[in-house]
Write a protein that binds this ligand. Structure first.
Ligand SMILES: O=c1ccn([C@@H]2O[C@H](COP(=O)(O)O)[C@@H](O)[C@H]2O)c(=O)[nH]1
Length: 274
């Protein structure tokens, strides 16, 4: 089963476009775990168990583990996901991008070490920095295209004077991902929920690739506008919310309240399809 098949199956099974982001920050943990990086796995596993039937995907952000020397806990979490939520694909948010030989090592890390179904990549260094990930049959790779942060404008909204029609850089990335770079249908694009007009433009240029859309919840992106701009019955969108779910409560009830917030977000995304 390819990453895309797995994504479509999870969307159908859980009736969901919601990707639950796992950004564990120990200072925001409930009192009995607060400030203790050794509890990262416990915190994330509780969120996973509370939301696995509500998610199209999970997205652990690797920096939140590496910053605390908690890569072993990320490995354990990936095992937990495979055992307890085997049908929900996992997107490792690593935003890698380097020359081919180094990219080979990053690809091994994402797919062999952690067993991720897909990874996020910066396309800035060109196709040879992306190609090593595409050698992993059935795995996915999401290219940063129009990111959710305001500074995304600095480069992504620059026009490319030498290319027909003088597209914005992000539009060029969308065309490459839909066409010449997408050798085996493994590519997707990252587009921020904070920019619904750009989601619509990317969807027009890349009608069949999956879109990973962070920015609802803590960043204030509009869930309804996001779905209307990007969702097509035959092309999945994966709408990520991390902090708004993980830290919906800072009490001992954090997992139960995370579930309620995930239900609320999932339902608002589903209703927007109509
Ligand atoms: O354009 C992008 C690409 C990635 N991210 C990541 O998504 C989550 C968002 O977290 P929230 O708490 O829901 O704001 C985080 O891991 C980012 O690194 C993004 O926000 N924007």
């Amino acid at each position: 089963m390819t990453f895309l098949d797995k994504l479509r199956a999870a969307e159908r099974r859980n009736g969901s476009l919601l990707c639950v982001g796992l950004d564990p920050e120990p200072t925001r943990f409930p009192a009995r775990m607060k400030g203790d990086p050794r509890r990262i796995y416990d915190f994330c596993a509780a969120i996973v168990d509370a939301t696995a039937d509500l998610a199209i995907a999970f997205k652990p952000q690797i920096a939140y583990f590496a910053a605390h020397r908690a890569e072993d806990q990320l490995e354990k979490l990936m095992e937990h996901l495979r055992r307890n939520a085997p049908d929900v694909p996992v997107i490792l948010d690593a935003k890698r991008g380097d020359i081919g030989s180094t990219a080979e090592q990053y690809a091994r890390e994402a797919f062999d070490r952690y067993g991720a179904d897909a990874v996020t990549l910066s396309p800035f260094m060109g196709f040879d920095s992306v190609a090593p990930y595409l050698r992993y049959e059935g795995k996915g790779a999401f290219l940063l295209c129009r990111t959710s942060n305001p500074g995304g404008d600095d480069l992504q909204a620059q026009r490319l004077a030498d290319i027909d029609g003088q597209p914005f850089l992000y539009e060029h990335v969308a065309r490459l991902a839909q066409g010449p770079w997408n050798l085996n249908g493994q590519l997707g694009l990252v587009v921020g929920a904070t920019y619904p007009a750009e989601i619509e433009r990317v969807r027009a240029l890349a009608p069949t690739v999956p879109l990973l859309i962070p920015g609802v919840g803590a960043q204030g992106g509009d869930a309804v506008a996001t779905v209307r701009a990007g969702w097509r019955a035959d092309a999945p969108i994966v709408v990520n919310s991390s902090r708004a779910i993980c830290y919906a409560s800072d009490g001992e009830d954090f997992a139960a309240v995370a579930r309620q917030e995930a239900i609320r977000t999932r339902d608002s995304l589903e209703q927007a399809k109509r």
